[in-house]
Design a binder for this molecule. Sequence first.
Ligand code: IMP
Ligand code: MG
Length: 177
Amino acid sequence: MDKIQEFISEEILRQEIQRVANEISRDYRNEDVVLICVLKGAILFLSDLMKRIDSTTVTIDFIGLSSYEGGTKSTGVVKLTSDLSQPIEGKHVIIVEDIVDSGLTLQFLTENLKLRNPLSIAICSLLVKPSNLKVPLKINYKCFEIPDKFVVGYGMDYDERLRNLPYVGIMEPGKKS
Ligand code: IMP
Ligand code: MG
């Protein structure tokens, strides 16, 4: 077993997600908005966020991207592994992401989505590691800034495992519990 330390508890996650959901509800009052969940890591964040957005007509869609191949560092090459189910032309879009590290994944995604002529694109990330950002990226909504540690749980994986932890933990690969 890998050793996992609880880093952000379920209660603190709930509070910060509520705060960001309030900001989105305020900013998109009376507007239709599509939440685009970046698979697979953002699924728990999407589901907790969307149920707390109360003032807009919200729809959801999913996009699959991959830049890690089983390790703890991005390969830097981003691949589209599955596409949206609907066009986003003329729509307000919010990308819902688990974590921004180098920023390369979201830079790739925003460039890709711009070509589809949405009305606007915003980024909402549960976590941001500001010390690792390699590209300029405007993150419109964020719940937490964290140090440069590899995190797991609450949707995020190490080699596809540990997504089911209800909290965000810090993992030290190879350490036995
Ligand atoms: P970026 O392209 O370097 O910004 O990496 C973004 C993607 O890498 C995120 O969507 C995550 O899927 C993954 N990632 C980055 N840091 C972590 C981490 O600490 N734990 C788990 N996945 C991570
Ligand atoms: Mg992700």
